[in-house]
Write a protein that binds this ligand. Sequence first.
Ligand SMILES: Nc1nc2c(ncn2[C@@H]2O[C@H](COP(=O)(O)OP(=O)(O)OP(=O)(O)O)[C@@H](O)[C@H]2O)c(=O)[nH]1
Ligand SMILES: [Mg+2]
Length: 213
Amino acid sequence: MTEAFDKAALDYGHRLFIRPVAFVTGALSEDALPITSLPEIAFAGRSNVGKSSLINTLVGQRQLARVSNTPGRTQEINFFDLGGRLMIVDLPGYGYAQAPKDKAAIWAVFIKRFLKGRTQLRRAYVLIDSRHGIKPQDEDIMTLMDESAVNYQIILTKTDKIKPDELVRCQAAVTEAAAKHVAAHPVVLATSSVDGAGMPELRAALSELALPE
Ligand SMILES: Nc1nc2c(ncn2[C@@H]2O[C@H](COP(=O)(O)OP(=O)(O)OP(=O)(O)O)[C@@H](O)[C@H]2O)c(=O)[nH]1
Ligand SMILES: [Mg+2]
């Protein structure tokens, strides 16, 4: 399933994302979370799936969120204020096998409590590597959000790395899996931070969740 955005919606999204974006804070614990009333959207997903890269491509700044070849790079919850209209949240990745067990467990609790308890969170995005599809840790996070009534949508990443027919198959399989989750948006977005695929549509979707102009 794809979602159609008309030119006006795409333009509106474009206008939001040319606004200045500012790093607010990186929170390592719940008491360090910023107190704001801005609507928030958060990017969640396995370590190395491309969360920080997606944020950089969305806002058109190469080094806003820290990107790394080393999985587990983003260790705190990072907040970015987009033009005073939307807070973009970069979550630490889950499922990083090499992380020390105790550290991984602390992150998992922190991420889960954030997703469950953050009242201004309008929508979470669960990023899935288009080469790998949905993994058990993704299922866990999705089930947790179903149970906590957190709206979320799946975004396929790194589509520049697969062939068009592989993308069609992956999107169909993931769409079918999403349909089994009550809180999942039925549309699965396909993106690439390298060639920019899916970015205008994602900007348009996010602008609907932001404070109005
Ligand atoms: N080809 C390609 N590579 C990508 C894409 N997005 C991210 N990458 C690469 O994947 C690696 C991980 O990207 P990050 O954005 O740091 O991933 P992350 O999900 O933020 O990782 P953690 O913070 O460790 O959870 C980097 O080497 C990126 O350059 C993409 O769309 N296409
Ligand atoms: Mg990251």
